[in-house]
Design a protein around this ligand. Structure first.
Ligand code: DGJ
Length: 712
């Protein structure tokens, strides 16, 4: 049997694809690039595997497009039929398209009338693989597609531990470890958005993998709707990760000549634990997914939500805008409550006309005030939704997603509009465009506050995936209409954060939970896949609204500085001293935000102290956070070891925040010598990486932010 070897290489890594006979290609190597990889003969030997007893007579290589007819019983990338017939297919190699950093394999099943294309592209700079599949109906019958997955990526048999990101409203991105046993592990999400129960991400690796050690393989599915990720170690020693959309019965029909594409699946392999993996995902999403505007200095944002909720009054808001400007905000976002009939969360979604009682002259005076204060104006919208109590719902009850004759259950007192319907889409699009045209809006906070429960169109057909595609299209339409428009992805906090929506939205509202004690874990989980500059992180009030916990301002500032800084509190209420501190936080953020947009991130935990390190691309600067949430595991704090610096350089270390160190003396007899001296401490990168800096004795919910600058 003839074998063919194709190598995707770059950045010191090679991925070897092996084709044997007419079977789909297998990914047989992913690791350091060596000249020896080009020796075809060694790969040919691999193709003929031993055949165990009591199995199929013919054993073949685990490939990227398993089908039912070659034994891909649980791992088949396609489950489809023609009105109940033709349930099994066989994909036969037809052609290959190779370019410098990409390979596409095309397979056909002539009998079935299907053509399958699998695309692989390698980002050499960030060592990230993107892959996707396309299926075309080349026959004359309609194909009913029950499942269509991205290429089935092989797992090593040693990868027996998994890490997933789970959560709920107000507690997103919690890391969960599980042993990967011989049962399939399934992450399935059917809310019509990518969270908050699970994020479409999975890490598998050698048992005990940690922040900086162990072999890990991370995948992320760039899709904001229903999905399924399945990881399985099979009895025959093969192991796969299968990821793709999850479809409702009857949702996808492929007419003659029609095609369907999977979302993009991103994959990174690291032999140095999670941090290296995160750095690769961050780099790839920065360079190839996030909108261009994310690379500009991200403005300090002040949001009206927790300051006034629905109690919009013109005078209050003008004062809030003044206070925001005085505190240093650069963008003011008018959150929910600005439109006609919206005095609580029970009504008016979908109408999108400015409330005449609160804003008799429209939003113009308010927007004008924001601009006069030197800030940009942002507006909250929730375009996919409609309140039953709204003009739109009473005029067009048929525009709502539902399944008759069943009760259309409300969530947060709202229904979902059928954006796959062209009239609905056009109506919402024109309303949003009118707002953009009427006011100087730089920024939309795009919310989505309920799961899709019964995403049926007027004919009773499931349209969940069409809905997601319509949302993407609408975002793109608005950005095309107003180049430079910035959109934030919010979904009851962080329920829609994925590389699908991030193509259109370059900032995310990480969570409605602004309690920094809870935020440490949320931001850590979010940071596993997504870079810090997109992470909305706001300084909340003294008493956190979601938890009731009272937290000193220093700690609130410390934690919020890890992301894109903002305010989520009534800035009219803060004392003079507090405002000075907030202004200082703004200055700190502004000084460093530009390089943070390209920084490498390391996170690790030692002795219950949470460390987070951002190192600039040039390695000239670094920020280091040491934070506690509870009390430390030991009497003394662990040393702070700083990775990623220029090995041969010296660094000036200074404490950036908080300024008052005497607070440590309430909890210990003294604090570290180097913090006592005035001015900067100079340390070598080697000392910082290997020995580390002694830290103060941290009581719970405290921490320190250090700044490291390379000596010239
Ligand atoms: C949920 C969001 O997460 C909040 O920030 C806020 O915008 C509310 N929706 C408004 O209804």
């Amino acid at each position: 049997m003839n074998t063919n070897v194709h190598i995707l290489r770059g950045g010191g890594t090679a991925l070897v694809f092996l084709r044997s006979g007419n079977a789909p290609a297998a990914l047989v190597y992913w690791g350091d690039d060596h000249a020896g990889l080009d020796n075809q003969e060694q790969w040919r030997l691999l193709a003929g595997k031993a055949t165990p007893s009591a199995r199929l007579n013919r054993n073949s290589l685990q490939n990227l497009a398993p089908d039912l007819t070659r034994g891909g019983l649980s791992t088949s990338v396609l489950l489809a039929h023609r009105d109940g017939f033709g349930f099994a297919q066989q994909f036969v190699f037809k052609q290959i398209e190779e370019q410098a950093y990409s390979i596409a394999f095309v397979y056909i099943d002539e009998a079935a009338g299907l053509s399958l294309r699998q695309n692989f592209s390698w980002d050499a700079a960030n060592r990230c693989l993107s892959c996707s599949s396309e299926l075309v109906n080349t026959g004359s019958d309609v194909w009913q597609i029950d499942k269509f997955s991205c290429p089935a990526l092989p797992m090593d048999t040693n990868w027996q531990e998994s890490l997933t990101l789970t959560g709920r409203w107000g507690r997103e991105f919690q890391q969960q470890r599980q042993h990967l046993s011989r049962n399939a592990m399934l992450i399935e999400h059917r809310e019509g958005r990518s969270g908050p129960q699970h994020n479409p991400s999975l890490v598998v690796g050698t048992p005990g993998f940690s922040d900086n050690h162990g072999e890990v393989f991370g995948i992320h599915l760039g899709w904001s709707g229903n999905y399924q990720i399945r990881a399985e170690h099979l009895a025959d020693c093969n192991a796969y990760i299968l990821a793709g959309e999850w479809f409702y019965p009857g949702e996808v029909r492929l007419e003659k000549g029609a095609s369907i594409q999977t979302p993009v699946l991103y994959a990174v392999r690291s032999i140095q634990g999670l941090n290296l993996m995160s750095q690769c995902f961050h780099g790839h999403f920065r360079d190839h997914v996030l909108p261009q505007w994310v690379r500009s200095s991200r403005p300090v944002l002040s949001n009206s939500w927790e300051a006034v909720y629905f109690d919009h009054r013109k005078e209050t808001l003008l004062n809030l805008i003044d206070a925001a400007a005085e505190t240093g905000a650069e963008q003011f976002v008018l959150d929910d409550g600005w439109f006609k009939g919206r005095r609580d969360d029970k009504s008016a979604l979908g109408d999108w006309t400015v409330c005449p009682e609160v804003y008799p002259q429209g939003l113009a005076p308010l927007v004008g005030h924001v601009l006069k204060k030197g800030m940009r104006f942002g507006l909250w919208v929730e375009p996919e939704m409609v309140s039953p109590d709204s003009e739109l719902a009473s005029e067009h009850p048929e525009w709502v997603l539902k399944v008759e004759p069943y009760e259309n259950i409300q969530a947060r007192n709202q229904w979902v509009l059928d954006l796959s319907h062209k009239d609905v889409y056009e109506h919402i699009r024109s309303r949003l465009i009118a707002l953009l045209d009427d006011y100087n809006i730089s920024y939309l906070k795009w919310d989505m506050n309920r799961p899709l429960l019964m995403p049926g169109d007027g004919n009773g057909r499931a349209v969940a995936r069409e809905q997601v595609k319509a949302v993407y299209r609408l975002m793109k339409d608005l950005c095309d209409h107003q180049p430079g428009l910035e959109i934030e992805s919010c979904s009851s906090g962080g329920a829609r954060i994925d590389a699908g929506i991030l193509r259109y939205t370059g900032r995310v509202w990480s969570s409605d939970n602004n309690d920094p004690v809870e935020r440490v874990a949320i931001q850590r989980g979010l940071g596993l896949f997504f870079p810090p500059e997109i992470m909305g992180a706001h300084i909340g009030p003294n008493k956190a609204h979601l938890t009731g916990r009272q937290i000193p301002l220093n700690y609130r500032i410390l934690v919020a500085l890890q992301g894109q800084l903002g305010f989520e509190l009534d800035l009219r209420d803060v004392s003079g001293d507090e405002r000075v501190k907030l202004q200082l936080a703004v200055k700190l953020y502004q000084t460093h935000r530009q390089w943070i947009g390209a920084a490498k991130v390391w996170r690790f935990e030692r002795s219950d102290v949470d460390f987070c390190v951002y190192v600039s691309e040039t390695k000239k600067q670094a920020l280091v956070w040491a934070l506690t949430t509870g009390s430390m595991a030991r009497a003394e704090a662990p040393e702070c070891k700083v990775p990623g610096l220029e090995e041969s350089a010296n660094y000036q270390v200074s404490s950036l925040f908080p300024h008052d160190h005497s607070v440590w003396l309430d909890y210990a007899n003294s604090y570290p010598q180097w913090l006592k001296q005035s001015g900067k401490t100079v340390c070598s990168a080697a000392m910082l990486a290997n020995t580390g800096l002694p830290m103060p004795v941290f009581p719970p919910q405290t921490g320190i932010l250090l700044y490291l600058e390379q000596e010239q």
